[in-house]
Design a protein around this ligand. Structure first.
Ligand SMILES: NC(=O)c1ccc[n+]([C@@H]2O[C@H](COP(=O)([O-])OP(=O)(O)OC[C@H]3O[C@@H](n4cnc5c(N)ncnc54)[C@H](O)[C@@H]3O)[C@@H](O)[C@H]2O)c1
Length: 280
């Protein structure tokens, strides 16, 4: 979408962090933005802050892991702005431990927010974007953890899912004039490590008390995130990606060698069987 001025965007998880960075960068480019978040107070602060800059923004509270609430938020966006042209499925939580620490509650919470909400977002907003008849763009926030996985945890599984969904939709939606980008951030300075603040009651038990090596790992993670990249910088990259229809949005090159190592591992799998004649 070359010309963003006057377009309408719907951004989930926009009350803080990367979502707020994206909402801010889009608003600065003249986009009208409907911010959506589960956290009412943060959402109100975000909307108020952006309005002080004369941005045309509004907010709607929704738990995006409930399809009905996301649907109602979409209706609120249409009631407010008449149409939607850009969808940013960004809300996400850092949930779920690795092998030995699995709980159904953690899998359900993480899959609900990080993956099902993205699927539902496309299902609900895709037809609205098409109806607006101006082309459009969808950005799905995955992670570097959607490209490399060092733990069988729910977070990595959902982020690989978001990458797969985005790559497939990019092919399917191009003929309809809708671009699809997948955002794969490295460490960004947000509140992601404190995701449990937004744990809906129905997923009670999803967040276990941490001790020993897990607590140490969390401390290290918190330190990396606290010294991470500015979320507004990420928002500006996303705006550039929407304008230029990038397939992948990376925030930095820190993990590129790890992704190359993964590709080499995949290729080694082919090398194991190269030259053999498959039995049919
Ligand atoms: N911060 C990082 O280093 C990093 C790295 C890679 C990917 N990401 C991804 O970026 C996205 C944004 O996270 P962030 O880092 O800005 O963290 P954050 O916690 O600061 O922001 C996440 C936002 O999502 C909202 N949210 C959580 N559950 C929700 C729900 N059920 N319904 C609606 N909104 C909900 C939160 O209230 C919050 O405003 C996530 O998808 C995350 O996985 C973050």
């Amino acid at each position: 979408m070359r010309d963003l001025v006057g377009k309408v965007a719907f951004v989930t998880g926009a009350g803080s962090g990367i979502g707020l960075g994206i909402a801010t960068a889009l608003a600065q480019a003249g986009v009208k933005v409907m911010l959506c978040d589960i956290e009412e107070a943060a959402l109100a602060r975000a909307v108020e802050g952006l309005r002080l800059t004369n941005a045309d923004v509004d907010g709607v509270r929704a738990d995006v892991s409930l399809k009905g609430e996301l649907q109602a938020a979409a209706e609120a966006a249409i009631a407010r702005y008449g149409e939607v042209n850009i969808l940013v499925n960004n809300a996400g939580v850092g949930g779920g431990g690795g092998y030995g620490a699995w709980t159904d509650a953690a899998w359900n919470w993480t899959i609900g927010v990080n993956l099902m909400a993205v699927i539902w977002g496309v299902e609900i907003f895709g037809p609205l974007i098409e109806k607006a008849g101006q082309g459009g763009h969808i950005v799905n926030t995955a992670s570097i953890a959607g490209m490399i996985s060092a733990s069988g945890n729910a977070y990595n599984v959902t982020k690989y899912g978001v990458v797969a969904l985005s790559e497939g939709l990019r092919v399917e939606l191009a003929p309809r004039g809708i671009g699809v980008s997948v955002l794969c951030p490295g460490f960004i300075r947000t509140q992601i490590v404190d995701s449990a603040r937004n744990l809906p009651g129905r997923f009670a038990g999803a967040v276990a008390a941490t001790e020993g090596p897990t607590a140490e790992w969390l401390d290290q993670l918190r330190d990396r995130v606290n010294h991470g990249i500015d979320p507004l910088y990420v928002g500006e990259l996303v705006r550039e990606a929407v304008e230029n229809d990038w397939a992948y949005i990376f925030t930095d090159t820190e993990f590129e060698p790890f992704i190359e190592a993964r590709f080499a591992g995949v290729k080694a799998g082919f090398d194991q069987i190269r030259g053999r004649e498959p039995r049919r």
